[in-house]
Design a protein around this ligand. Structure first.
Ligand code: GLU
Length: 249
């Protein structure tokens, strides 16, 4: 679904989309995104699900290790999340757009009553014209009760709030065929078959499974886009579906 016909759009920004290789918040990229959002004015509602708390926290403490124990990464996320939210808040504020922070645990989306409550909070933020900036509540979740990754969190949020479009920006170009060709359009049944047939492999499997679940639960289209490319700006993504992979039911 193109942006002209979408009402509620969830943007999932992966760590590598918002934090560069040296651990710095990518102000320039995020500013371009904010300018895009601004162009749509109040006609569309945007939600940002952003990773990056742990990456920014690591930079702050100068910890370079790839593998950090869960309990320590929770403490690092506690620090990094403040930085992440504050970076977004400062940049959006420059363009006179208000933001609010929502930290979610699986309990909040998997239990009906709590999910309804979450939905109300989003609705009220929309009424206040504030853009929700969402992340997993990393500081309290244990390994067994984590979403696993922010793709899943973003998909659950999109379902609960009745979003039409979910855009997943990460460091992959989209779904690729073994010959390196990009699949620009993909329906859920074909995607499932491609996983069964071993055409979709590795880290792409959970990503695509998350997309399948989202489109089967009412999100009309999910886009998998490379957020590290200059072209990956909202306007282009949503007016030219040839960028990345667009998935639908
Ligand atoms: N919530 C984690 C963070 O902000 C990232 C999880 C993910 O990207 O899947 O660092």
């Amino acid at each position: 679904m193109l942006i002209e016909t979408s009402n509620i759009i969830v943007l999932k920004l992966g760590s590598s989309t918002v934090v560069d290789g040296r651990g710095k918040f990518k102000k320039k990229w995020v500013t371009t995104l904010i300018k895009d959002i601004k162009r749509y004015g109040k006609n569309k509602k945007f939600v940002i699900v952003s990773s990056g708390a742990i990456a920014l926290g690591q930079k702050y403490f100068k910890i370079n290790k790839k593998k950090i124990k869960l309990d320590m990464s929770q403490a690092i996320a506690a620090v990094g999340q403040i930085h992440l939210a504050s970076e977004f808040q400062k940049l959006f504020e420059k363009y006179k757009i208000k933001t609010g922070q929502i930290l979610i645990s699986p309990d909040d989306t998997e239990q009906r009553r709590r999910a309804l409550n979450v939905r109300r909070t989003f609705d009220n933020l929309f009424k206040l014209n504030a853009i929700p900036i969402v992340n997993e509540n990393d500081t309290t979740a244990t390994a067994e009760i984590k979403y696993g990754d922010n793709d899943r969190l973003a998909a659950r949020v999109a379902q609960i709030i009745g979003a039409d479009t979910l855009i997943i920006l990460s460091d992959v170009d989209g779904v690729m065929l073994p010959n390196g060709e990009l699949v620009s359009h993909l329906n859920a049944a074909t995607a499932r078959q491609m996983i069964t047939d071993g055409i979709i492999t590795g880290g792409m499997i959970p990503k695509v499974e998350t997309c399948i679940e989202a489109v089967r639960h009412g999100v009309e289209t999910v886009h998998i886009i490379n957020g590290n490319k200059e072209h990956a700006l909202l306007l282009e993504i949503l007016t030219d579906t040839g960028i990345g992979t667009m998935m639908f039911e």
